[in-house]
Design a binder for this molecule. Structure first.
Ligand SMILES: Nc1ncnc2c1ncn2[C@@H]1O[C@H](COP(=O)(O)OP(=O)(O)OP(=O)(O)O)[C@@H](O)[C@H]1O
Ligand SMILES: [Mg+2]
Length: 406
């Protein structure tokens, strides 16, 4: 238990009493309420402590992260929340951190965008170098979200996120690359991903797209900025929230929904997209480029079910991809001719011989066939040029991320 200043880059936001496990127990002073994380209600200079606590708890590694229990055992810690305070809550996706009261820590000296960080936590999360003890906890891995095994690493001076796939096919890293290439073809703003092999295991690698000027703010947080009325659809609510912040998010959502249709993405929950803002001026800059598209292309299904399009989950707006397509306001920007060689692109991404340890030829054939089929269906739908009204029918009711068991 101790007093801390919640900092936004170099701006003191509030003073609070913080317990490593219980979280924020008291709010002691409010300095800059406009710099609070998005979606935390403030009334008459009183900050909603419960909402702030949820934000803080969400900042720790989720307990559903693959291999997290083994990592905690190795570190001798009971909970991932204990890691947060040890690295001052610093992240590579936004500019929040906590400063112990009566210290003169400076953002310039400790942020992970400019300053190197330790590999210890990343190694532990990846199950490497066991039994070493004496850990250096300074790492942005302590605040990384998501269920897949992942770590930040400085490669050639660049901050990169390495992310594994789930058993048995370990397909997600390849899917990230395929999705990147499809978005290249369609001119959709996205984070480029590539494959890195380590000990014959595939990982996706992408550079940090957040700079030290920016905050990535998830759609989930944006969602909290207004109360959602029951008669307003999930989609419309998000559009309204963004519009209130001065962002027309519709063109970006059109593009994201089209991509997710093509790749049959099953995990575009509200923390897998969002907006970017300037962390000093608080100016909203628009939708973030598309990232995290790996839980797609039948990543956890057998070929029979991929081809049969069985039990494809859809998020974040509608329960099925066909319904979600009806939310799109314009298809005019799509050049379907660009997608003609998508089969060749997919085969090329799976081309490395090490892939066959996880994914066989039959699986690749089926992924190609089903993707081509969906592109045809998408084109037929776009050609209809029909306009649908947006209602709450078939809305997704909960924001849940996919949980991989291994
Ligand atoms: N290139 C990046 N630059 C900065 N932040 C990133 C980047 N990629 C991901 N993030 C942040 O890290 C979080 C986790 O990454 P990501 O969504 O790719 O992981 P995941 O394990 O696949 O997630 P999920 O639980 O949705 O499957 C993201 O929600 C985002 O906040
Ligand atoms: Mg994610």
């Amino acid at each position: 238990m101790g007093n801390y200043i919640l900092m936004h880059k170099s701006t003191p936001v509030i003073k609070m009493e913080l317990d490593e496990l219980e979280g924020i127990t008291r709010i002691l002073s409010v300095y800059a309420p406009e710099h609070l994380p998005i979606g935390i209600p403030v009334k008459k200079n009183t900050v909603d402590k419960k909402a702030l606590n949820l934000w803080w708890a969400d900042r720790s590694i989720p307990s559903s992260r693959s291999g997290v229990q083994e990592a905690l055992d190795e570190l001798g810690l009971a909970d991932t929340r204990l890691l947060l305070v040890r690295s001052f809550g610093l992240s590579l996706s936004d500019q929040y951190w906590i400063k112990p009261e009566h210290t003169d820590l400076q953002w310039e000296k400790i942020n992970f965008f400019d300053n190197a960080f330790s590999d210890d936590i990343g190694n532990v999360l990846f199950g490497l170098k066991k039994g070493q003890g004496n850990f250096d906890f300074s790492s942005p891995d302590n605040t990384s979200d998501g269920c897949l095994k992942k770590r930040w690493k400085i490669i050639d001076g660049k901050r990169c996120l390495l992310k594994g796939g789930s058993n048995p096919f370990r397909q997600q890293p390849f899917n990230e690359v395929i999705a990147s290439k499809i978005m290249d073809k369609l001119g959709i703003e996205h984070i480029p991903y590539s494959i890195l092999w380590d000990n014959d295991m595939p990982y996706s690698v992408c550079e940090d797209f957040v700079t030290k000027e920016l905050d990535l703010v998830s759609a989930w947080r944006i969602f909290q900025t207004r109360k959602k009325r029951n008669d307003v659809s999930v989609y419309q609510h998000y559009v309204n929230c963004c519009s209130e912040l001065g962002v027309n998010v519709v063109p970006a959502l059109d593009r994201m929904i089209v991509l997710d249709y093509i790749i049959a993405n099953e995990d575009r929950h509200l923390n897998n997209f969002g907006l970017l803002r300037n962390a000093e001026t608080l100016q909203w800059l628009g939708a973030s480029p598309v990232f995290d598209s790996g839980s797609s292309l039948g990543y956890n299904k057998v070929p029979f079910d991929i081809l049969g399009e069985r039990e494809i989950i859809c998020k974040p707006f509608k329960k099925t991809h066909d319904e979600q397509l009806k939310l799109i306001s314009s298809f005019d920007w799509i050049d379907f001719g660009q997608l003609q060689d998508v089969g060749a692109i997919i085969r090329q991404v799976f081309g490395d011989e090490r892939v066959s340890n996880f994914i066989d030829q039959k699986r690749i054939d089926v992924i190609v066939q089903s993707t081509e089929k969906r592109i045809q269906k998408l084109q037929a739908f776009a050609n209809q040029k029909k306009i649908y009204s947006i209602s709450t029918e078939n809305d997704v009711t909960e924001n849940i991320a996919e949980n991989y068991l291994n």
